[in-house]
Design a protein around this ligand. Sequence first.
Ligand code: UDX
Length: 471
Amino acid sequence: MAESSQKTHAIVFALPLQGHITPIVNLAMKLASKGCTITFVHTEFIHQMLSKSSEVDLFSEAHELGLDIRYKTIFDGFPVEFDRILHFIEYWETMLKDFPARVDEFVGKIIESESSSAYFLITDTFYTWPAIIARKYNLVNVSFWTEPALVFSIAYHLDLLRENGHFPCKDNVEENIHYIPGVSSINTRDLMPYLKESSITTLVQKIVLKIFDDQVKKADFILQNTVQELESETISALNQEQPTYAIGPINFSADSTKPAISQNLWPQADTKTWLDSKPPSSVLYVSFGSLDQTSKQIIQEIAHGLLLTKLSFIWVVRKDIVSSNDTDVLPVGFEDKIRDQGLVVEWCNQTMVLSHPAIGGFLTHCGWNSILESIWCGVPMICYPLASDQPTNRKLVVDDWKIGINLCDGESVTREEVAEKIHNLMSGTVSDGLRMEIKKFRTILQNALAIDGSSEKFFDQFIKDLKAKIH
Ligand code: UDX
């Protein structure tokens, strides 16, 4: 079949959340490097945040490489000064209601403006409107999932969970589930919190229902930021339902000299000078991701636990890490007490920190990007999941893969247990075992991105299948 002369042109909509931006930016870059034209869309607010936090033009690297990425912004319906974190629910409720009409008009204009392109749509799976837009403009619809395939698979089978009385799932009930295709066993305590009875009316549950009862099943292709060898049964089972490609870890490339591309919503503190002064594998990195919050009491127990260890640490304490308006979340005098033991920052270049030889462990909330980054850098983890997919991701890291340990075994977090777990992670026999295991996982990720690796092959197969459908 002759190649069409039309450009294969992706219209890519990023979700306006940090943990979703980096993977979709890297996906766009990779597609462009394979010859696709990209129209990449951020909300105007995200554009403002990114521009404030970095002097470098977005996509400057892509343009230096001669990649055809056209960057555009779309209004999200709120003025720039509106606090989208403080008013999270109002923001997302309005996005659910009003954003699809804006996207509709926006996509219509792009398509009208250039008829020499064969367009398709790539959106974050968490958007609730792609199938409607794709149908209206007759676009191939590609859904991009930024969490593990395990989480996708559980949410994909809401009908089975309902039939078996596990959706909504009773709080505090522990039962093993064996009926989800490609998931040999999962305990109800490890399900995503938004599936629990206590979350019945939450916004996230509303979004997940809209996506998985309807939208996702209408996608032509599903891209997963995971690796076939990590989740082979789950990916294979999903493939029986819809064309699914494991193309991760999308934020990295086989060329380890190439730094990961990230677009940061907040300025990055300098951590290199401090890290350079520390011995190899001696520093614990602590971060709870970009969005979820915890309580001041837990932050304080962790702070005291860190002091008890006397080990070096870098801790990302975001301004909004606790849900109250309290800005003094650390114990009084903490920064004086830690002196050179620790460095507290509001945001940093996480991948750079994790890849520094001084880092020996990562206390993480188990966001999927953080897990992939930790594996990529060969750093074992202590897990303290906060929300969303994180409790389910924890199961993979601790129970299935054995590359991390839990921060606490019971319900509560105590400073003594925090200190004990950090010691176990950083040195001794538990630590040795974790380090040996994570090396194997690191190799799996590296191999997946090598020329003949699974993720590279699936990426190329995806492009082939996409072109066959479009042209
Ligand atoms: C949520 C979900 O829990 C996660 O699974 C999903 O993939 C994205 O949304 P989030 O809190 O954003 O998670 O965590 P994570 O997925 O780990 O992403 C955070 C990103 O921010 C990582 O790429 C990390 O490198 C970056 N980061 C974090 C920094 O660059 N600097 C920091 O100081 C902290």
